[in-house]
Write a protein that binds this ligand. Structure first.
Ligand SMILES: CC(C)(COP(=O)(O)OP(=O)(O)OC[C@H]1O[C@@H](n2cnc3c(N)ncnc32)[C@H](O)[C@@H]1OP(=O)(O)O)[C@@H](O)C(=O)NCCC(=O)NCCS
Length: 181
């Protein structure tokens, strides 16, 4: 008789996700530097992160043997004065790609932001990738990033009915948010 496996693993192929802590800052920054290179500092998204304070209850890291191999950070910003969560960088180590880790990181951040009461998540990224997770540019024509950007890449995800609608004006670091490091 042919033997069959006694157990079928339901575990995903990617490593476990945890909330980012201040102790991970250096290693997560090193991961982001490896994935994006120095050019990342020229991005208009970076203007919303410099001097801002990470949302610790919505920012996730994937740990393999204790080391970050994926991250998805979230920041408090406003669009025309309305608070939304700003996502990025999303980075996955090349050795860990195409296992669903990127999507899992974004979905974890999305659900944490929903639980924390944010109305929408904003990001600048590739529509074909983030569209699978529900982001669209349907309501972003009036969203003004702090610097040059391809407006088609400005994407919103509502976290409640109509949460992505009626948002327009400049995107800025949320008042009161400030870096702790
Ligand atoms: C984008 C990124 C986070 C995806 O991580 P990942 O763990 O491989 O993501 P997933 O496993 O959820 O999805 C992988 C799939 O998305 C596809 N994909 C990756 N980047 C894509 C993009 N920019 N546009 C469309 N599809 C993309 C892959 O080809 C792969 O397809 P497959 O499943 O058919 O092989 C990772 O490739 C990365 O860190 N890239 C460099 C940084 C970056 O571009 N970050 C996003 C900012 S826009």
């Amino acid at each position: 008789m042919t033997s069959v496996p006694q157990t079928l693993s339901a575990s995903p192929a990617y490593p476990p996700l945890v909330l980012e802590t201040p102790a991970m800052e250096t290693a997560v920054t090193a991961l982001i530097d490896r994935v994006f290179g120095p050019g990342r500092f020229a991005k208009s998204s970076e203007r919303l992160r410099e001097g801002n304070a990470l949302l610790p209850d919505c920012s996730f890291v994937a740990l393999r043997d204790g080391q970050p191999v994926g991250c998805c950070r979230m920041w408090p910003v406003t669009i025309g004065g309305e608070p939304v969560a700003f996502l990025g960088p999303l980075a996955v180590d090349p050795d860990e790609r195409s296992a669903g880790l990127g999507q899992a990181l974004v979905e974890s951040a999305r659900e944490a932001a929903r639980a924390a009461g944010w109305r929408a998540v904003l990001l600048v990224g590739d529509g074909p990738y983030f569209g699978r997770i529900g982001f669209t540019n349907a309501h972003t024509a009036g969203v003004v990033m702090p610097g040059p950007v391809d407006q088609r890449r400005v994407l919103l995800l509502p976290l409640r009915q109509g949460g992505d609608e009626g948002l327009s004006g400049p995107v800025a670091i949320a008042p009161g948010a400030s870096a702790t490091s």
